[in-house]
Design a protein. Structure first.
Length: 140
């Protein structure tokens, strides 16, 4: 349960100690509103996207706005959860995002269909770090 310290403090100033009933009703309503913003069912795809995003980018996002939730629902018609995770991983490996400390990698950023299309189609370069002999067209 989330503590609503600032709200409780203001209610004490407004109502004083004599109207505990009104105060508790307001606190319960605020608590329900807050929980409805952050609560997602365990099987909810958006909750899994949020968990994946936090794990990949080592961030601590907790709330997904309704606008972004609706965009992800639209994206999930075309892409799977694994595709979304892959797009996030591909963006994480990008030099631009590394240099900017993943500042532009947000939940909203990946909720855009054009960004999903861009990052899902990135192919990682092969790691040929050793010496290799070039091929020449020579007759033997």
């Amino acid at each position: 349960m989330v503590e609503l310290k600032n709200l409780e403090k203001e209610l004490d100033i407004i109502f004083g100690i004599f109207s505990e009933d009104k105060r508790s009703k307001i606190l319960q309503a605020a608590q329900k509103d807050f929980e409805s913003l952050t609560k997602m069912e365990s099987g909810d795809s958006v909750a899994l996207i949020l968990e994946s995003f936090n794990a990949i980018f080592k961030k601590r996002s907790r709330i997904v706005s309704k606008k972004v939730v609706n965009r992800y629902k639209d994206i999930l018609r075309y892409y799977s959860l694994e595709d979304i995770k892959q797009a996030m991983s591909n963006a994480k490996d990008d030099e631009f995002h590394k240099e900017n400390n993943y500042k532009y990698c947000t939940l909203e950023y990946f909720s855009r269909i054009e960004q999903m299309d861009k990052w899902i189609n990135i192919q990682k370069p092969s790691d040929n770090k050793g010496f290799f002999v070039p091929k020449f067209n020579l007759k033997e």
